[in-house]
Design a protein around this ligand. Structure first.
Ligand code: NAD
Ligand code: UDP
Length: 311
């Protein structure tokens, strides 16, 4: 098996590269470094079954030889990152997705798209099930990411329907763990970094908004299972254990032993008020269930960030 992973030098992508190598695949990692970090895959470079190609997948690419699987994970993923790179985000979700689907067609490869809970926008249904169409502001600041992913889903279904490509769509809910960038702006690295440095923890709004955090190893396991099955509609993967951001900040303070204070800042535009996956489909279809308890995952992530701060 030869598996192409776009965005493989990013947070989730680097864990996927490791998992597919461990399963015996040859892994071709294609990424630029717009948000990822070459250090994430440095330890894999000596492996003869691992190849790294630096390329912007919004531009076409020709690759020799057979490719059995394509996992399209390239995209800025943090709100701060996609607000900094709005056009690149729209391009990689649209042109990048089209290029990778074209490659899947040429190579007769299985295809898996990394979509997101952001396709539900600021949801009016709770928890979110895959048959909910969402509440997205197309011209708001988050629209560049949400609409790019919604387009990517539509394009993926079109390639499945018109060209019978064996496609898969995973809607990923907030995932965290080692190899997140300390400065990517998402709530986990922000608050953990602040706690470890003894700085005030920045809560946007009053902290009553909720998220449901999934540890990266659970997500990777679900993705691996999804790729093997012949189901083509979107599947939510995430941990349904919901928490308010205020509670989450308190947990970080307790687990890190930090004496940091809390500082409230304005809530960004269109910030979803609630988010929690309904994972009935993943449970039924994949026999999948997240296993890592949030506090255990948070401890591992805090250890990773502690190491980075001491580097
Ligand atoms: P990340 O920023 O750590 O990784 C993204 C990777 O894609 C980086 O290596 C980046 O340089 C690369 N990339 C971006 N644009 C590219 C382009 N045009 N060409 C080549 N490479 C490009 O983010 P992540 O958290 O690992 O997210 C990975 C994927 O999972 C994204 O598609 C994201 O939308 C999706 N996702 C992640 C989460 C999460 O909670 N982590 C939630 C929902 C969806
Ligand atoms: N957030 C926060 N403080 C921060 C960063 C984020 O309170 O320093 C909030 C943010 O407003 C959102 C939630 O935490 O309500 C999750 O934000 P994140 O950027 O991780 O991703 P999102 O789930 O919004 O895509």
């Amino acid at each position: 098996m030869r598996t192409l992973i776009t965005g493989g030098a990013g947070f989730v992508g680097s864990h996927l590269c490791e998992r597919f190598l461990a399963e015996g695949h040859d892994v071709l990692c294609v990424a630029n470094f717009i948000t990822g970090n070459p250090v994430n895959v440095q330890h894999l470079l000596g492996n003869p079954r691992f190849t790294f190609v630096r390329h912007n997948v919004s531009n076409p690419i020709e690759l020799d030889g057979a490719i059995d699987n394509i996992l399209h994970f390239a995209s800025p993923a943090s709100p701060v990152d996609y607000l900094r790179h709005p056009i690149a985000t729209l391009k990689v979700g649209s042109l990048g997705t089209h290029n990778m689907l074209g490659l899947a067609k040429a190579k007769n490869a299985r295809y898996l798209l990394a979509s997101t809970s952001e396709v539900y926008g600021d949801p009016e249904r709770h928890p979110q099930r895959e048959d909910y169409w969402g509440n997205v502001n197309p011209i708001g600041i988050r629209g560049v990411y949400d609409e790019a992913k919604r387009f990517a889903e539509a394009m993926t279904m079109a390639y499945h329907r018109e060209h019978a490509i064996n496609t898969h769509i995973v809607r990923i809910f907030n995932t965290y763990g080692p190899r997140m960038r300390l400065d990517d702006g998402r709530v986990v690295p922000n608050l953990m970094g602040q706690a470890l440095r003894g700085e005030p923890l920045t809560i946007y709004g009053d902290g009553s908004q909720t998220r449901s955090f999934c540890f990266v190893s659970d997500l990777v396991d679900g993705i691996y299972r999804l790729l093997q099955c012949d189901f083509h509609e979107p599947v939510n993967l995430g941990n349904p254990n919901e928490v308010t951001i205020r509670e989450f900040a308190d947990e970080i303070l307790a687990l890190s032993g930090s004496k940091s204070t809390i500082e409230f800042k304005p809530l960004p535009q269109d910030d979803p008020k609630v988010r929690k996956p309904d994972i009935t489909r993943a449970r039924t279809l994949l026999g999948w269930e997240p296993k890592v308890d949030r506090h255990e995952g948070m401890r591992q992530t805090l250890d990773y960030f502690r190491g980075k701060l001491n580097d």
